[in-house]
Design a binder for this molecule. Structure first.
Ligand code: PFF
Length: 435
């Protein structure tokens, strides 16, 4: 449940619908589904297995399956690269999570009739973004400094059903509004001619890896917390299914809601048909929807954004756990001190991104999610496929899944992870550079 909590977050409800809307709707959805199941799931299995075998942070776990000195150096680059990637992701993630928290508080200010605070909460400003970004990081630090096991599973377990219930209720409401059917068509009826567009494919791959928290060493660490009695194969499949399902359902709400908002006069597309404000799309479309519901919309808006803030928190704690567990195990640092120190560094990076938003925000997202995560994920596949001895790999997966040697999974996966995954990921990149 904690791994699912890491996977389900802003990537599903902010990242996926935004990417779908700016990459041609249904064609993006089809590419995303294929890449999530065919490339991201096998890569997730690689990371979880490395972690459970190593029983330690990413660097140590990758070193445990390395045999030569150069392999151990490669292990350091991949493990440490993932940790840096996780830290950088947290620094932009905290900004979006800050927007979620201010959107949660806004209905309360409206109900209290405090107009100046309501407009401060609803409009982008340096002061608001700095305060809520820092607040969110402090919250993440406070949870992580007490250890991951305490409470995360409890939160994650309650979160998923609550999130799905509110999403479904909102979908039913949206479907009854003018414009919804046009949106539904844009989301579900693909224009197959654009599916092989190099830009679309590289975006869909990045989104799939981002959504499953891959290439960041996070799933290696969470793998190390999984008991040897658990069946890794089905556990990985559940995490993927839950994650993809929630993203799909979020799209079912947000894409039609965009067209409903447009029918109500909110400007969504430019005169050339391009999306106007990609990153803040969700924060335009949803409040417009809640406004249309009257007073009850205030309660719905509060509940929705509060759940989103919790979903963001179960993901951000996994990101912070990456550098913290490394620092604690490698330098035998005190957990609380290490967490506050790393939290302070991330706050500085985050604040710099807030201040130079136009230059840095998109840049850090592209660097980490489009390049860092898929490439580091690819390296983990190379570790499992080429460096780890096949017998020892089988021994690891057999624990908790004794019949795996005769399963379809074992007949396909080791070859798949050795040849197909690295080749396919590399092809997407080559295609996007030369395509
Ligand atoms: N998977 C998270 C989401 O979809 O919101 C984001 C994420 C978490 C990315 C942890 C990377 C990571 F290490």
């Amino acid at each position: 449940m904690a791994a699912a909590g890491s996977a389900v977050g802003l990537g599903n409800i902010w990242g996926f619908p935004t990417q779908t809307a700016s990459n041609g709707g249904a064609a993006f959805l089809v590419a995303y589904l294929i890449l999530a199941f065919c490339l991201a799931y096998p890569a997730l299995m690689a990371e979880l297995t490395i972690g459970r075998h190593g029983q330690a942070n990413a660097v140590t776990s990758l070193r445990a399956i390395s045999n030569t000195k150069s392999q151990k150096q490669f292990a350091f680059i991949v493990g440490f690269g993932g940790i840096i990637c996780a830290g950088l992701i947290l620094s932009f993630y905290a900004i979006v999570a800050g927007w979620m928290i201010s959107a949660t508080l806004e209905p309360i200010a409206t109900l209290a009739g405090n107009q100046p605070i309501t407009s401060w909460l609803s409009e982008q400003s340096l002061s608001r973004n700095l305060i809520f970004t820092t607040g969110f990081i402090i919250l993440t630090v406070a949870i992580i400094s007490r250890g991951v096991e305490n409470g995360i599973e409890k939160w994650s377990k309650r979160l998923m059903p609550a999130l799905l219930s509110i999403l479904f209720a909102l979908i039913i409401y949206v479907m009854m509004q003018d414009g919804a059917m046009t949106g539904l068509k844009a989301y579900l009826v693909p224009d197959f001619s654009s599916i092989l567009n190099p830009e679309l494919l590289v975006n869909a791959l990045g989104q799939a890896f981002f959504s499953l928290s891959l290439g960041t060493s996070v799933m290696i660490i969470y793998g190390s917390y999984i008991s040897k009695k658990e069946n890794l194969v089905s556990l990985g499949a559940y995490v993927t299914l839950i994650d993809v399902f929630i993203a799909f359902v979020a799209g079912l709400l947000i894409i039609p809601a965009m067209y409903v908002a447009q029918a109500q006069g909110v400007e969504i597309f430019s005169s050339q048909g391009e999306l106007l404000s990609e990153d803040t799309l969700v924060f335009q479309v949803l409040p417009a929807l809640f406004d249309g519901m009257g007073t009850i919309g205030l309660f719905v808006g509060f509940a929705f954004f509060a759940l989103m803030s919790i979903a963001a928190l179960t993901s951000s704690i996994s990101m912070l756990e990456a550098p913290v567990s490394y620092a604690v195990e490698r330098f035998t640092l005190d957990r609380i001190k290490a967490t506050w120190l790393i939290g302070a560094i991330i706050t500085i990076v985050s604040s710099t991104i807030v201040i130079y938003f136009d230059t840095l925000f998109g840049f850090v997202i592209t660097l980490t999610t489009k390049f860092g995560q898929p490439l580091l994920g690819l390296m983990c596949c190379l570790f499992v496929g080429w460096i780890w001895y096949r017998n020892s790999l089988l021994e690891e997966i057999k624990q908790g899944c004794p019949g795996v040697a005769n399963s379809v999974f074992w007949k396909i996966w080791p070859w798949y992870i050795k040849f197909i995954c690295p080749l396919a990921i590399a092809l997407v990149f080559i295609n996007s550079i030369f395509g």
